[in-house]
Design a protein around this ligand. Structure first.
Ligand SMILES: Cc1ncc(COP(=O)(O)O)c(C=O)c1O
Length: 473
């Protein structure tokens, strides 16, 4: 490609990109019309025989796809748990695309591998986790859970004299897996990937805030022998609640003392960042005594998609579960860190750049403030909705998640949640998503965008209440 072509392609991408970013505050959150056939017509057709100029392809993409983009970073997207976009992450990701580094091995791509090394060191400092822990940068919470549980499987079986990496699970000792009955689906999906099975996982009772009941865990363990994995959570998907980590750690210690290899994993996709905030750190006490922690930087930290993090106290188990060697590879001599040793991918993007840039730009104070602010805004939602008399808040708002039950003239009416959310989404002002708890439809609010402010919350509440009045009639 001639040098001048880069300029054209950058212009084709960056002019609409800048326009998009600068219009975020005014943008509709959800596309005005979503007709999959329109999209297919615009983008589809047979595979072209003749090529097209790169800048033309990029300009067409921007023009044709942008009307269908969901604007997560408007400050008014409150569905699922989806972070916004920190500018430092965005800029660093542009460099990652520009440099196009295959970030598997330090000797091959030293610059970006070194950045990753620094970023994972900062993470352990920020989250105050054991300094000997190993860290893998993966695509998201799903793969972070998978990676940590792969390390867990290695560790508990190795302690039972079984090398699962070499021998697989055929004829292996049974691994007991205990999960929360209200735990995240990605934990079960990881168990499926790892050959541990979903139906064999033992569900442990949770309280009305979806926190694990320690006595129920202890009771379940009393009947179990052999290698054991326990899964708990920092911020449950619906309530944002944190499990009683210190009690879980004591129970796991007692189980270990009986001679059973035991590993406790924390799914902290949403809430591990609480540990970095003076306002919330107490809720994570005892978590540092456990064995592995997963989190997402693309959620509350507002690193661009995709960015998940797997952290293990037992680096040897983590490495054994993930690493590989081949005679043609140029691997580190042990003095530097090869990213490939800590994540399931072989080739991959320089994911650490955006993480490094966001951590550096926010600093400790910025992360502290992010946690404090998103919690305060979640409470603002809860207070205003409760005051309206049209809704009831179903959870203790301890973090960034709010669980809302809409009320009709005759009280609870679970048909309202989806209709009200649809109305707001169609209006374009904000976006909310639902959930089913104990068989009942509720609305969830997740404040996860660093750009959200009081005005965004007030706008979103006004849109919700207007729709609620319309829907209730
Ligand atoms: C508690 C929890 N764990 C895991 C995940 C999966 O994360 P990801 O979507 O980044 O794979 C989520 C997603 O919301 C989550 O809330």
């Amino acid at each position: 490609m001639r040098q001048s072509d880069w300029q054209r392609v950058i212009d084709a991408a960056m002019a609409p990109a800048l326009e998009y970013l600068q219009s975020l505050q005014q943008r509709r959150v959800y596309p005005e019309s979503v007709d999959p056939d329109d999209l297919r017509r615009a983008l589809g057709g047979p595979m072209p025989t003749r090529g097209a100029a790169p800048e033309m392809v990029v300009a067409d993409l921007a023009r044709q796809v942008e009307p269908y983009v969901t604007s997560h970073a408007t400050g008014r997207f409150f569905g699922f748990v989806i972070g916004g976009l920190h500018p430092a992450s965005y800029g660093a990701d542009l460099l990652a695309s520009t440099w196009d580094q295959n970030t598997g091995l330090f000797p091959v791509t030293p610059g970006v591998a070194a950045i990753e090394e620094v970023a994972v060191g900062w993470l352990l400092e920020l989250l105050d986790l054991p300094s000997e822990s190993s860290v893998g940068l993966v695509t998201g919470g799903q793969m972070a859970n998978f990676t940590c549980l792969a390390a867990a499987r290695n560790h508990v079986l190795r302690e039972t004299d079984w090398d699962v990496e070499a021998l697989g699970l055929q004829n292996a000792p049974k691994v007991n897996v205990l999960v929360k009955e209200d735990g995240h689906t990605t934990v079960l999906r990881s168990l499926r990937y790892l050959g541990l099975g979903t139906e064999t996982a033992i569900p442990i009772e949770c309280d009305d805030q979806a926190r694990i009941v320690p006595e129920a865990l202890e009771r379940a363990l009393a009947d179990l022998e052999g290698p054991t994995i326990i899964c708990v959570e920092a911020a449950q998907i619906n309530t944002g609640s944190f499990d009683p980590f210190a009690e879980v750690a004591d129970i796991a210690d007692r189980h270990r003392e009986r001679g059973d290899a035991t590993w406790v994993h924390v799914d902290g996709a949403i809430g591990l960042w609480a540990r970095a905030a003076s306002s919330h750190r107490e809720m994570t006490e005892g978590l540092e005594r456990l064995d592995s922690w997963s989190t997402d930087a693309h959620k509350l930290l507002n690193v661009g998609y995709d960015s998940g993090i797997a952290i293990c106290r037992h680096a040897a188990a983590h490495r054994a579960a993930m690493s590989t060697t081949a005679s043609y590879l140029v691997q580190s001599d042990g003095e530097t860190r090869d990213p490939m040793d800590w994540n399931p991918e072989f080739s991959r993007r320089a994911r650490g750049l955006a993480l490094y840039a966001t951590l550096r730009s926010l600093g400790r104070e910025g992360v502290d403030d992010l946690v404090f602010r998103t919690h305060a805004l979640a409470r603002r939602f809860a207070e205003q909705l409760a005051e309206s008399g049209l809704a009831r808040i179903e959870n203790e708002v301890v973090f960034n998640q709010v669980l809302v039950r809409w009320l009709g003239p005759n009280g609870e009416d679970e048909s309202l949640a989806d209709r009200i959310m649809d109305c707001v989404r169609t209006g374009g002002e904000a976006y909310f998503s639902g959930t089913t708890v104990d068989g009942e439809r509720l609305m969830r609010i997740s404040v996860s965008d660093w750009a959200t402010d009081e005005d965004d919350v007030d706008r979103a509440v006004a849109a919700l209440l207007e729709c609620a009045r319309q829907v209730v009639g």
